[in-house]
Design a protein around this ligand. Structure first.
Ligand SMILES: [Zn+2]
Ligand SMILES: [Zn+2]
Length: 527
């Protein structure tokens, strides 16, 4: 409710600023612009930020300070979420538990680069593909540099969560305007918030363009002011176009200026009115709340945003008090599940109480995994095309992003024909058991020609993990498409996974909780 009110207040403030031109301090305008910039970059139109990433701005009042939102999805940021930091990354008003973990990127850059007034950090898959490829991303007449955290982090991948790592990134950036982060994303710096949006948008678009041209085959024309090689020049006198662009993708000049900012602000204000108000009440009873979250998870995983399930597939959660039980929907489309559709099963996948004739045929995937793996609290089975591709191709799925690090040296393949030539899906406890044995201690398996089974230590972590799983597959496909060699995430995973994160309410939290808070607001529980 607090989130809803604060966003209403923000919309009102914005409306006042636009309509009445109420005078406001330059500093407050900067904070307002920063909040809306987070939303703009999270829009479908720009697609630069999503659940992860951020934009920050240097204070105009005190150059030794900068503003960055607390750790929430950038699509939800309001001016009230913006925290003032010093150039060591310390919150000026005192340490808080919800400070952005990656603020050391910004702190180090503002410290070493007096010309920089705004920083964008993105986890855009299109840019991650270039970060792991030997093929350079053409940008500003050269190629974008790549920062590899493993050189400074004892060989391990990860995020920039300390001042020391921030300093190594700022050094790698040097005087540049942008840098790719291996298996992680990119950082773009600029002279103002609007120009930073433009530069980040241009960099992502450059990655899309180069990927598309590579997919088409043929040679890529290095000089956009001239005809591509082999293309017939039209008859008539040679002319030079009046506004030929330099083709530089890290160009921070933004001659379109206010026109672009006006357009983007409209996108940002629209998002304020449409997001963040759904599913705001949760049952007080913990078990009922979990069942509601399972129904929401089922819908979220079927949404266009995640694209994990379509009309098939199912997600389940173990009973938090009774490890010999789990909850799963009756056999309906995952996108229409409500708490009333949930069935409580024992680990042999028999419904508790009266027998049911409306269970999913593949319910044994869940029961047998819970039986074999006491640490697993949630399971999903889905037919996600990007992942099926890796289960059916000789190309092995490998980690190319921080989120996919759990794949480590690969997930096992399970081919049903080896266990029961008469079956195509997991319809018996024996088949479920064989799949669970194949998974062993890994996070999941690829079912050849069919789909995935993936586990996690919490429902919320599972939603996060399966999203990262699909995005990792997409990034690997794009990186393969670029040709060249791929620098996979070595030294990934193998450590104990972090403790399960449980959301505390609307609008806040870290890690998978932030992720959950974002996605759960994208769906409604209407039939
Ligand atoms: Zn990051
Ligand atoms: Zn299936």
């Amino acid at each position: 409710m607090r989130l809803f009110l604060s966003m209403g207040a923000f919309a009102l403030a914005l409306g006042l600023a636009l309509v009445a031109q109420t005078p406001r301090s330059t500093e407050q305008n900067l904070i307002d612009d920063l909040a809306i910039a987070n939303r703009i970059l999270s829009s479908d139109e720009l697609g630069v930020l999503r659940v992860y990433g951020h934009v920050s701005a240097r204070s105009q009042r005190n150059r030794e300070r900068f503003y960055i939102a607390r750790s929430i999805a950038p699509a939800f940021v309001t001016p009230g979420d913006v925290i003032e930091h010093d150039l060591e990354g310390k919150a000026v008003a005192g340490t808080r538990a919800d400070q952005n973990e990656e603020r050391f990127i910004d702190a180090a850059i503002y410290k070493t680069r007096p010309d920089v007034m705004a920083v964008v950090h993105t986890h855009s898959p299109e840019l991650i593909a270039f970060s792991v490829s030997s093929v350079g991303l053409a940008s500003g007449g050269g190629t974008a540099p790549v920062y590899d955290i493993r050189k400074f982090n004892k060989g391990r991948p990860g995020e920039i969560t300390t001042p020391e790592l921030g300093r190594t990134l700022a050094e790698a950036l040097g005087r540049g305007t942008g840098i790719l982060l291996h298996g992680h994303g990119a950082v773009v710096v600029s002279t103002s918030v609007p120009v930073a949006i433009s530069a980040a948008n241009s960099l992502r678009r450059a990655a899309l363009l180069q990927t598309q041209m590579t997919a088409m085959g043929g040679a890529i024309n290095p000089n956009p002011r001239e005809y591509p090689e082999g293309r017939v020049r039209p008859a008539g006198p040679a002319t030079t176009p009046a506004n030929a662009s330099s083709g530089g993708t890290l160009d921070t000049r933004n001659n379109a200026g206010d026109r672009a900012w006006d357009h983007w602000k409209r996108i940002g204000s629209r998002m304020i009115q449409t997001s963040g108000i759904k599913n705001s009440s949760r049952p007080a009873d913990a078990l009922e709340a979990l069942k509601l979250d399972l129904a929401i998870a089922s819908r979220v995983l079927s949404s266009a945003g995640l694209g994990i399930m379509d009309t098939a597939g199912h997600v389940s959660v173990r009973h938090p008090k009774n490890p010999n039980r789990y909850f799963i929907s009756r056999a309906i489309s995952p996108g229409s599940v409500t708490p009333a559709d949930l069935i409580e099963n024992d680990l042999d996948s028999n419904a508790v109480g009266a027998p049911r004739d409306d269970e999913y045929l593949e319910v044994h995937i869940h029961g047998q995994i819970y039986k074999a793996r006491p640490d697993v609290m949630a399971v999903i089975h889905a037919h996600t095309p990007e992942l099926v591709a890796f289960g059916q191709s000789s190309v092995k799925l490998r980690p190319v992003s921080n989120g996919g690090a759990f794949i480590a040296d690969g997930l096992p393949l399970w081919a049903i024909g080896r266990f029961d030539p008469t079956q195509t899906i997991v319809t018996t406890p024996e088949l479920g058991q064989s799949l669970a044995q194949t998974i062993g201690k890994k996070a999941g398996a690829l079912l050849t020609g069919h789909g995935i089974a993936l586990t996690d230590s919490s429902l919320y972590g599972l939603v996060n993990r399966v999203y990262d799983f699909r995005v990792n597959a997409m990034i690997q496909q794009q990186a393969i498409l670029l040709g060249g060699s791929i620098n996979y995430l070595e030294g990934a995973d193998t450590e104990t996974p972090p403790a399960p994160v449980v959301p505390t309410g609307t609008g806040g939290g870290l890690g998978s909780a932030r992720f959950w808070e974002y996605w759960r607001q994208q769906v409604s529980l209407d039939r």
